[in-house]
Design a protein around this ligand. Structure first.
Ligand code: C2E
Ligand code: MG
Ligand code: MG
Ligand code: MG
Length: 282
């Protein structure tokens, strides 16, 4: 009985594994096609100074519109692109497309910055510095307008190598952010050695404010620490007026989230004033 059940369970498990492996392989093949036939686009989510309603930046977020399967979220395909190395090519495209968008904004007289997400593979890529500097030149964007978002896990493996790479990036004149801050394992003793300009407080700390008092304490502590280290803070995943008010009281003024705006298409950005956020009560 037990043995038979065990065998069944194993059989079922291995079928599931197979299904997962097949889906991965399927997505990998589809990703190669997606690069060739330009199925990717970017959306841009505003980052707002909550005191003034001014849009101070946009985060570029990749979208994959598959011809038959529709929209496939980045959380599903980025890890596969990362594992296969396809992310380097995709990431280079993201960088160029986001910088192009940002140069258009600038040519129309706007001053909002652009943030892009880097993957671990890109960060380790020896061509990264050349790729960034080539792209900025080609598009004619001032380096100071480009923010590169990294995660804690990317910095923690070989810390000395990471610090060297961060320094090379800083030499280009770009700004560096730690994304999803508080969810990784970065050691606070290293944090002060990383030449990083911005901490982005992860949505997981923001989402249950004001119900969860622990999350409120953690968020306030992250903000205070960032400021002591002379870093700017951006709160992500801000969805309610109460959250905005709490963040303001605790001196975090730059916010990003559905409360103000979901990510927008480029057309959507220009359908309103790209630097003033219209929001109820603002
Ligand atoms: P992330 O960089 O932390 O981006 C924030 C994610 O939260 C985005 O999801 C955004 O649409 C979503 N979001 C923004 N405001 C709210 C809110 O108020 N509530 C909720 N529930 N969600 C909100 P998205 O676009 O699905 O991207 C997911 C992740 O995929 C990103 O997390 C980032 O890690 C990765 N990603 C996206 N685009 C790129 C890219 O071009 N390159 C790389 N390497 N990774 C990317
Ligand atoms: Mg990000
Ligand atoms: Mg984030
Ligand atoms: Mg996040």
């Amino acid at each position: 009985e037990a043995k038979a059940k065990g065998r069944n369970t194993f059989h079922f498990y291995s079928q599931e594994l197979n299904a997962a492996a097949n889906e991965r392989l399927h997505i990998e093949n589809e990703l190669r096609q997606a690069i060739k036939s330009q199925q990717f686009s970017l959306q841009y989510q505003p980052q707002i100074d909550s005191r003034t309603g001014k849009i101070v930046g946009y985060e570029a977020l990749i979208r994959w519109n598959h011809p038959t399967e529709g929209n496939i979220p980045p959380t599903k395909f980025i890890p596969i692109a990362e594992a296969t190395g396809l992310i380097v090519e995709i990431g280079t495209w993201v960088l160029k497309e986001a910088c192009r968008f940002s140069a258009v904004l600038k040519s129309k007289g706007y001053t909002a910055d652009i943030s892009i997400n880097l993957s671990a593979r890109q960060f380790k890529d020896s061509n990264l510095i050349d790729t960034i500097s080539y792209t900025l030149n080609e598009v004619g964007l001032p380096p100071s307008m480009l923010h590169l978002e990294l995660t804690e896990s990317m910095l923690m493996g070989d810390v000395e190598a990471a610090i060297e790479q961060l320094k090379e990036m800083k030499k280009l004149g770009v700004s560096l952010s730690i994304d999803d801050f508080g969810t990784g394992y970065s050691s606070l003793s290293y944090l002060k050695r990383f030449p990083v300009d911005v901490l982005k407080v992860d949505r997981s700390f923001v989402k249950d404010i004001p119900q969860d008092t622990n999350d409120m304490e953690i968020t306030a502590a992250i903000i205070a620490m960032a400021q002591k280290l002379s870093m700017k803070v951006v709160a992500e995943g801000v969805e309610t007026a109460e959250q905005v008010a709490f963040l303001q009281r605790n001196n975090c003024h730059i916010v990003q989230g559905y409360y103000y705006s979901a990510p927008l298409t480029e057309q959507g950005v220009f359908a309103q004033d790209p630097e003033i956020m219209k929001v109820a009560g603002n």
